[in-house]
Ligand binder design. Sequence first.
Ligand code: ADP
Length: 716
Amino acid sequence: MASQAEAGGSARTQNGGGGYSAWRRRGGASGVRGLAEIGPSRVPSAAPLSWQRAGAAAQRRQRRGMEPAREAEEPPGSPALPSEEPQAGHPSGAPPADGPLPAAAGRGRRGAGPKGPSGRSVRGRGRRAPGRRGGEDGGRAARRPRVTVDSSKAKTSLEALKISLRQLHWREYPFGRRLPCDIYWHGVSFHDNNIFSGQVNKFPGMTEMVRKVTLSRAVRTMQDLFPLEYNFYPRSWILPEEFPLFVDEVRMMKDSDPSWKPTFIVKPDGGCQGDGIYLIKDPSDIRQTGSIQSRPAVVQEYICKPLLVDKLKFDIRLYVLLKSLEPLEIYIAKDGLSRFCTEPYQEPTLKNLHQVFMHLTNYSLNIHSGNFIHSDSVNTGSKRTFSSILCRLSSRGADVKKLWSDIISLVIKTIIALTPELKVYYQSDIPAGKPGPTCFQILGFDILLMKNLKPMLLEVNANPSMRIEHEQELSPGVFENVPSPVDEEVKVAVIRDTLRLMDPQNKKRKDIQCQTSEHVTEANENLLDTGPADGLEHESTRTLEPELPSLCLKQVFPKYAKQFNYLRLVDRVAALFIRFLGVKGTTKLGPTGFRTFIRNCKLSNSNFSMACVDILYIDITRRRNGMGIDHRESGMCLQAFVEAFFCLAQKKYKSLPLHQQVTLLIDFCEYQLTVLDAKRRALCHADGPHLAPASHPSLLGRSAPASKLSDYRNHR
Ligand code: ADP
């Protein structure tokens, strides 16, 4: 099998552009699949569907309009079972109150029902969640209006969503509804549907933000400010624009350390499932073909010493819920999936560089290796639970609490890098005052553990696969989708608990509690210490759904906000940017807006005339637009504004570390704007009706003017 795997990998690589898909088209995959020895002994996890059943399943899918579409990321997985709460040792944090997640109770569908003696799912029809029968249901339904969910755009997450809704006893509208729904579940993006109310499970701009190039750029900005805090992302260069920089930096590093023998991984922007990815030893090996010019890519330092289990490289998929952008609320699923390579790992050499089954952990690639092992058990096979890896590491004496705490930091820091631009997209699609929906989103974080247990971020997926079926070879060359109980267990829990957290009735209850609180501000501050938001949600879900397991999602922000808030500098720069955007619905700042920003913040003086301001604007905007990032609108994007802001900060506060320069300049600008707002307010009070300053108050998150003034004075 090894040789076939290699053949697949090298064929793909030798043929250049096109990457994995081209290799697949050429028969790479089918070649491997046709010969794959996935016999019954290898496939203990799920008994193949009978032909009739499989056909019926396909018909059902067709009727529902489910696309067999290729997803943004991986398929199958393993069950959720966090045995550890590795939070102690975290500077601020007591471990979260939730107990371990019981094996998912309340499953409503196949594969997830009660287990037989073998541990396999006992399949049945029309099963309900345990403990939800007859009178109890009726009574509860009478007490509580049912939450309505539009699932007409759910696409490949439909099956898992349906099961979740059944468990929650919420009302599904599979074909949409004329009246507004409480929740809209989209399979791809915010724009799948026009929505004006309720909650939608996608943020505008998220897909764009987590593309390889955009994510690298956002993390790079944070690395410029906080290099040590953001060293969990491999050193990266954006092609084609940074190719000369890449060549120069590699040459310099090699000169300073001749023993350094790096490997790099080239990843096309917007790619997924390993598509078009290849490894190189030297910058000159980059394929400077037409494709790299037309399709940008990220080239990254390859992590040569990953942690191995059973001699195999693996990565981790963690599910993260971004519950709200303002205020920032983040939850992490207590368990994730570990996806394994199917060839024993060796450090990259010119000989093995092309062996995809050795170097790339993508499920969608390795499933086509003859060595792929489907497994029922959570701790064997090519896909396991992350908790099973943690158990194993713990038994070897590894500090898994620290590892878990490092992972939480990585997740929070990555989201902090993404939020500034997300806020720009948000205000553009849902301007203040528009009765737009609110948003939440489940993200898939792909993380690689280094040999020393340091977690490294590989990428973030805006649409992690929520499929609960996987492809299986029924007979040589014949494939069918079969239910995957492990996927069902992990993914249904994530979707169901996301819905529980987003339950509009909990929200209403919370709002009422906030309104009745006499000291809302103090109460909110206390959130940072003890995370009662978590407690509150927990309390409500516990009383309303006693028969459901405790939440598999654990709040990490604002719970740990105190440790991370100092990193949110670019958020504050974005707030300034949004204030000066002016026209509703735009994401780019025009020259007049930029001038107004400079004038209102009193940044121009005899050394920095308005003519210099214009030159700065033109220089940076032209260069950024030349990079071909976003041509939809002309003007200065947030990234360009941030670059200009850093320039101004360096000019004004020379010889300090960059983050201090930027902090001082933000304080200065916020102070000037607060003074200006106070003056305007005074004028308006004198003249007549109150005029609000042009801004998106909820996104700016500005505190009261008086406290802003005193903040600034104290800082000085
Ligand atoms: P895709 O979206 O196409 O899956 P990824 O960035 O996730 O792209 O990369 C695919 C696979 O390549 C990862 O799952 C991982 O196994 C491997 N990989 C990616 N980046 C690195 C890296 N810097 N070092 C080592 N392995 C990497």
